[in-house]
Design a protein around this ligand. Sequence first.
Ligand SMILES: Cc1cc2nc3c(=O)[nH]c(=O)nc-3n(C[C@H](O)[C@H](O)[C@H](O)COP(=O)(O)OP(=O)(O)OC[C@H]3O[C@@H](n4cnc5c(N)ncnc54)[C@H](O)[C@@H]3O)c2cc1C
Length: 541
Amino acid sequence: MTDFDVDLLVVGAGTTGLTLALQAVDHGARVRIVERRPEEFRPSRAMVMHPRTLELLRPLGVTDALLALGDPSPSVRLHLRSRVVPVSIEHLDLPGTAFPHLLLVRQSDVETVLAAALAERGVAVQRGAEVVRLARLRQGGARAVLRTADGEPDEDVLCRYLAGCDGSASLVRRSVGGFLGGDYDQEVVLADVELGPAGAGSRAVAPVMLETGVAHVVVGRQGLVFLFNIGERATWRMLATRRAGDDRQPFGQPGPPVPQDQLQQLVDEAGLPAQITEVAWSAQVRLQHRIASRFSRGPLFVAGDAAHVHSPAGAQGMNAGIHDAVNLGWKLGFAAAAGSLAARPGSALLDSYALERRPADRAVLRLTHTMYWAEASLHPLAQLGRAVLVPLAAPLLPWLTRQRRLTAVGVRTLSQFRLRYAHSPLSLEVRASLTPVRGGLARRVLRPGSRVADTLVRCQGRRVRLHALLARPGVHILLQADAREVPERMLGPLVHSYRLDDRPGTGMLVVRPDGYVGLRAPVLDEPHLAAWLRLVGLPVR
Ligand SMILES: Cc1cc2nc3c(=O)[nH]c(=O)nc-3n(C[C@H](O)[C@H](O)[C@H](O)COP(=O)(O)OP(=O)(O)OC[C@H]3O[C@@H](n4cnc5c(N)ncnc54)[C@H](O)[C@@H]3O)c2cc1C
């Protein structure tokens, strides 16, 4: 038997690694998290968090802090040639969630909140520590060689599982599989700037100051230009796309600065009435679209940008990485705590991570690829669409953006509300005959593998939102009003049960720690419940 130093070694403390560490700790794992960067702060790339991501993070107790640091009702001005269309994306028509809005929040703030939550659980991020080599061990587990910045001798870390959350140039991924996809011809320019009124020589369309307190989005022939009022080192954060240069910088990470005249040129070409008066920070970021050929190999896993990289279209990268982390974290936590069959690579529990997340991330990648083509491609058709068709449709836009249901459909799709792990080995339905079947043909809502929506329920004499009940780590067994009690031996610190007094019937629904239905049965069926709990590594006496 190997004596592991730790159950889980998380490599990389970006939003994915921090979320994964939190979720695994809360589900029973001993976790160590290492980060190559010595300093905590780095300029944000992501700026938008989706409602589903907030839901996934809620049981970890971090959403209040995120909401306090972000803007849940961002106002947007869409610039289409001479027309400026106000777009309201607050109070979306999104029933069934406690977060019916997008959250404008800096990635650095998200990292600060997650790291603080982890520290509260007694796990500090070890900064200035880089994994330089790793190997799978024949007897199970992995060995990582850790190099600290201060010239200390390398350290060997023996871990039961190792999760590569080490970004797009992932070292861990090299031991797991290939990276399939391609590079974009364009790059993104990021800058924190101060703006004044448009100066002489600008092709600004109106002699007015750019409205503050709102996000400006320009759809132009050359691509998109965003100006967010939440810069980190100056008032405005600028994000624009342009043709990439020939220099070979690493993908996904902020590269060399961009001269002020080039930034001004992007603002002028967009027709924005603004003069850049100061550049506090700027960087160019090369983009690619790729997905790992495998998400796991034995005790090694990859998640977030290490597993898939996107263009910024649809604001998906950070959100999808958090989805991966919340999915994988509870499985590694349960597996580590079980130390049983469920803990073995090749078990249904651990295999389900790749089986669930790779198709989901591939679908997100396809979506962002299509959106990015329309938003920023230099293909003549895409340019024609942006330069001619979109401005022609401009008169319709104020009406379109007032259609709250339509906007909600878009946000629901982007936010992955419709995602269902239908083909997962953890999605089981027990029919009336008590024969388990995967997936099942039953009612559309609450099918195995589906997200559980946030509805009002009556529980222990109180009216309460379902997600408020589920807002703690662990598995949740929801009983219909007339169902039998869950035997005490099946409950525990990470297995909770609730009776929903206003839901007539004898059935039960087992909700996984990430809020998806695991098992559904028409009665409280002890053998199948025990089998499902064992499947996910939970002890049943
Ligand atoms: C311009 C731009 C705008 C974007 N906007 C959005 C948006 O609005 N919404 C959104 O959801 N996404 C957005 N994204 C994508 C998002 O920024 C990334 O998907 C997200 O940062 C991925 O997080 P991560 O934790 O997986 O990886 P990273 O943030 O890259 O973190 C990886 C960490 O691992 C560390 N590391 C690497 N190798 C090692 C090693 N060997 N040992 C120890 N540590 C190591 C690195 O130092 C780094 O801190 C945007 C991306 C770009 C480029």
